[in-house]
Design a protein around this ligand. Sequence first.
Ligand code: FEO
Length: 396
Amino acid sequence: MPAVNIKPGIYWIGVNDRTTDLFEGLWPITSEGVSYNAYVIDDEKKVLVDAAKDIKSDALLDQIAEVFDPALLDYIVVNHMEPDHTGVLRTLRRIAPNVTFLCTSRAVKMLESYYQLTDNVRAVEDGESLDLGTHQLQFFVAPMVHWPETMVTYETTQKVLFSCDAFGGYGALQGAIFDDQCTALDFYEKEALRYYANIVALFPKPVLKAIEKLSDIPIDVVAPSHGLLWRKNPGRIIELYQKWATYALAGPEPGVTLLYGTMYGNTEKMVDAVASGVARAGMPLNIFDVRHINVSYILPSVYTRSGVLIGAPTYEGELFPLMAHVLDMLNRKRIQNRKLAYFGSFGWSGGARREITQWAEKLKWELVEAWEYPGGSTYQDLLKGEELGYNFARSL
Ligand code: FEO
């Protein structure tokens, strides 16, 4: 996509990535893609704000060259060191050998350890301003949104907030870069939640602290480093992030995520019975087959809903391994204080229920019911499963 003038002298020069299958090597983006939004300011001093992953070096250089020769760069603002934004930096230094990198003090060591960049690296202070001619930048540290060295950069004359990971989301840009041009806002908001739940959710307090810190700043455009830019309603994405961060502290909304795995269909048969009980109680329900659905897509539901139903068989005396993988990721993301009920089939001895009890303790989840049964299910078993679903949903 060509460079886009977003305000006088300020340009989006980002790139789409539809090549990477797993963001961070973990999270599927094969069908959604992702954008690495970067920006240039064309003034007496020429500035690049954030960059891109190394595989996009040529594309990013071409994008910058649409506005000015990259060799003319005076400053590169490094809001965040994760390589999806910094992989191009060594190439940029070769092209613009005198360019100065601006970053937080914590990022200085990381520039050296990742890229051996030590010359012309300048740490900025929280709140420090930098005049560029007619534009002015102001830097605000925002630790843990998403790494400890992270900051955001505000252009004071045009009121543009370059927020990097904060307020970002998956999803390559589809022609439109602004919220007011976009006819697929639902897609980007859904992908912003998935990005939040996958990438940022471990740090709710820092997210809220950063939002509080920026609350007195007038913002015309929220310009994150992934996904849409928000200029019609810049408050929208900030409010969404605030709501999602608050879930971790004040609790999520009532609703059920039903996670299941099955070997020969016996547990799956019970899934439908349990689900009908949840439906009878009128509770929102999302169902995920953990054999086929990556945990990336499961996290947003568990993150936003108060109840988790798990249906999974015993496998070699323990919980079905693919379910254990999902629970491990939920534990790593510290998704705590949920209600849980379990059901699952076994062949010759149980074991999954014992492991579920251990997971509930680890996750600090309240285990309301855990039911394992041999082999297939009778009609009476299915009625019991329907009742389990109903009672669990009613308890939320
Ligand atoms: Fe977009 Fe934390 O990197």
